[in-house]
Design a binder for this molecule. Structure first.
Ligand code: GLA
Length: 379
């Protein structure tokens, strides 16, 4: 069962002897389609999910932030006047977010509280972005700041890039900040424009956690980014968003094979993502699923960021008659895949896919239906 407000309120009340002033929830995400497109200024179609980071807090009179992590049974503390990067685990995400907001000119104030989360770590469901957006929302509540989701997502991304040191794009922070209940969001990563897209009637989204965790993901991720930049340069633009499939086909023969396949993925994926949003709006689950399957093939064969476990999971899911489409989600190399399925067959799908995957790989997976929720908010 996902964490609920009452859980985190109980933890706060036990520690502080009174209820919290605010309770914040910021979700993880799964991406329906549009993978490795965000840092190419392209399109993504994620949903915020019912797995989240929660913070219950009350203001303090000084400029300190003190947080008890229920999951780590550990307190982290720092002063807004003395932000130092000590590479000390979970607290650095809070510090980095405070640094980023303060650096952008926001006047922050101190607070204390408890932190609890149920986004699995390292599974590709954006637990870090959820923690950053929960922190930003808490800082905004305590400091009485305007909450502009796109602006806060940018600052969360900056914390991740500059403080944590992971060179991610904008998707994870933006969906965690701006998600919409019962919808996916079509995000234009160039303008940060977000449009809610409803799910085809009678469908459900299933998280397919391979229970393998990604290794070496940062170096491979950075390598893919450089390859995309090199491809853009070859086409005479600064990002692959600005290359059409037609332009690609005219010139791609002169590219080396690896760079050509990387570019092919990104350019095709941008088109597929826009098409998938249109298919969902028409209520066309079959076409949405077909595009998801195409996306997985492209990530596996051309962009080369899948893994044996992810491929096995996608095969097991696709073999079920209720599955419209299945693909890896997030950066890749391990973690989660996801599927769009017929909702009335959810129970059977979950049981059979989990059993088939375990039989095939020997790993015990976590397979569960998820629901699209709002982005970071005071609840
Ligand atoms: C990670 C990054 C995102 C995005 C995806 C791949 O989740 O944090 O910015 O690039 O990988 O689509």
């Amino acid at each position: 069962m996902p964490i609920e407000k009452a859980d985190v309120v109980a933890h706060f009340t036990k520690r502080f002897g009174q209820p919290p002033r605010w309770v914040i929830r910021a979700p993880g995400r799964v991406n329906l389609i549009g993978e490795h497109t965000d840092y190419n200024d392209g399109f993504v179609l994620p949903l915020a999910i019912d797995r989240a980071v929660w913070i219950a807090l009350r203001p303090r009179d000084d400029r300190r932030i003190a947080v008890y992590s229920v999951d780590y049974d550990q307190t982290g503390e720092f002063s807004l006047d003395d932000l130092r990067n000590e590479k000390a685990g979970w607290i650095e995400y809070l510090k980095g977010t405070a640094w980023s907001l303060q650096d952008a000119g926001f006047a922050l104030t101190g607070w204390e509280g408890v932190l609890q989360g149920d986004v699995p770590l390292g599974a590709g469901l954006s637990s870090s972005a959820a923690l950053e957006m929960a922190t930003a929302r808490a800082l905004a509540a305590a400091g009485n700041l305007d909450w502009n989701p796109a602006k806060m997502a940018k600052l969360g991304q900056r914390a991740e890039n500059k403080w944590v040191g992971v060179n991610c794009g904008i998707m994870d922070q933006l969906i965690s900040a701006a998600g919409r209940a019962n919808h996916a969001l079509l995000i234009d990563c160039r303008t940060l424009d977000t449009q809610p897209v409803p799910f085809p009637p009678g469908t459900a989204v299933v998280v397919l956690d391979t229970s393998t965790r990604r290794g070496l993901v940062d170096s491979a991720y950075n390598e893919r980014r450089s390859q995309c930049e090199a491809a853009a340069k070859f086409f005479g633009v600064s990002v692959l968003r600005d290359v059409t499939m037609k332009q690609f086909q005219q010139k791609a023969g002169r590219l080396d094979d690896v760079t050509r396949r990387r570019a092919l993925h990104v350019i095709g994926e941008n088109d597929r993502t826009v098409q998938a949003a249109a298919a969902m709006r028409r209520g066309d689950a079959v076409e949405t699923g077909r595009l998801m399957n195409e996306s997985h093939r492209s990530l596996r064969d051309d962009f080369e960021v899948s893994s044996d476990a992810l491929n096995a999971m996608v095969e097991c899911a696709s073999a079920h008659a209720a599955c419209y489409g299945a693909r890896m989600t997030g950066a890749g190399f391990g973690g989660c895949a996801m599927a769009l399925i017929r909702a009335d067959a959810a129970e059977d799908f979950v049981a059979k896919t989990a059993a088939a995957y375990e039989k095939k790989t020997g790993h015990k997976p976590a397979v569960y239906v998820c629901h699209a929720t709002n982005g970071a908010e005071i609840v």
